[in-house]
Ligand binder design. Structure first.
Ligand code: GLY
Length: 354
């Protein structure tokens, strides 16, 4: 088991290990002994596997437990689902010492976190991510929110969880495609800040990661440590945290152009591939690093290209919520394990991608 401390506006621990779900009640009791009621928020694809176990564990610890299960998928990430959570808590008489548990992937954590940030002006929430992507990225760092018709994550709040419980055993049953999608975010950490992780991923394969629980725990733990370091230094996304968006600016446009039918991780991998090519073309990345990086993405079953044109990529990025005024922060990797934030105008970004 690996325990990683995150120091932010609220300090918390990320526990990464196996068979943790059945200990949820005890783990919550340890950090919030005065809580009485818990709302477990989960999604339709995850609840049948884990909701009963988490519920039983919380009840065994003496909590009064309620649940709210929404239809899995990005389409549920809206204000109506949040209103359902607010209503469930208001009806059950939740007070400020009660809390929410998010049991599921990134969409679930983002929404449960937003409901926690806003109900009674803020109550605690615990993340129990069940996908690789949520374990290594979305569940840590307190980005919460919902989508608007105009774009993803347009409304939200920074609201840190009080505890993150990462049960690696949940990944045993994760469909191959969903696991591979999560690998895009793992590879992202390797490229932007973690050469030892890059080397470890090069020495291993998708098969070895999936069949060796200790190796998987180690890899997830390395990503958690990377994310914790980033959050500690820039919780509110004004500096180093933006490097976590490597491949995402193009990736988000690809996602939108495909009406969100392509999974997020696949689009991020494509976005990273496009940025690698652009850096190589602009002579900021060596041919050797560029081909090694693309080989690694492909080795883990992910794509490195897309039909998107530079004009489309730039037009889409101009609606990006990370844009500041007319300037876009573009994340570059010019050497494996190191990233750089480069501010570009619309014209400069287009020239860079062409
Ligand atoms: N997922 C990117 C971030 O947490 O900033």
């Amino acid at each position: 088991m690996i325990k990683t401390k995150v120091k932010a506006s609220r300090n918390y621990t990320v526990i990464t290990g196996r068979r943790l779900i059945g200990r949820t009640g005890k783990l919550i009791e340890e950090i919030r002994p005065f809580a009485k009621k818990i709302l477990i928020v989960s999604e339709s694809r995850v609840a049948p596997h884990y909701l009963a176990r988490v519920k039983a564990s919380c009840e065994k610890s003496g909590f009064e437990v309620y649940d709210y299960v929404f239809e899995a998928g990005e389409r549920s990430k809206n204000i109506n689902t949040i209103a359902g959570m607010w209503g469930a808590m208001a009806k059950a008489g939740f007070t400020r010492t009660d809390l929410i548990v998010a049991l599921g992937g990134g969409v679930c954590g983002d929404m449960a976190g937003f409901a926690a940030a806003t109900f009674l002006r803020g109550i605690d929430f615990i993340q129990i991510p069940t996908s690789l992507l949520a374990m290594v990225d979305a569940s840590i760092g307190g980005k919460t929110g919902i989508d608007l018709a105009e774009g993803k994550n347009q409304v939200g709040a920074f609201w840190q969880p009080s505890l993150v419980i990462e049960d690696i055993s949940c990944l045993d049953t994760l469909p191959e495609g969903v696991f591979i999608e999560g690998m895009a975010e793992v590879i992202k950490y390797a490229f932007i800040m973690d050469l030892p992780l890059y080397n470890l991923l090069c020495e291993n394969t998708l098969g070895s990661l999936r069949s060796d629980p200790l190796l998987l725990e180690k890899v997830v733990g390395m990503c958690v440590k990377d994310k914790a370091h980033v959050i500690e230094n820039d919780e509110h996304d004004n500096g180093i945290r933006q490097t976590l968006n490597y491949g995402h600016t193009v990736g988000h446009v690809i996602e939108k152009n495909n009406n969100f039918r392509l999974p997020h991780g696949i689009c991020v991998a494509k976005g990273m591939g496009i940025m690698i090519d652009a850096c190589e073309r602009n002579s900021t990345l060596s041919y050797e690093d560029a081909s090694n990086m693309k080989d690694l993405i492909k080795a883990y079953g992910l794509p490195v290209s897309d039909e998107i044109t530079p004009e489309q990529a730039v037009a889409g990025a101009m609606n990006d919520k990370k844009k500041r005024g007319s300037i876009l922060s573009v994340i570059l990797v010019n050497k494996i394990g190191h990233s750089q934030i480069k501010n570009m105008t619309h014209k400069e970004y287009l020239e860079f991608l062409k």
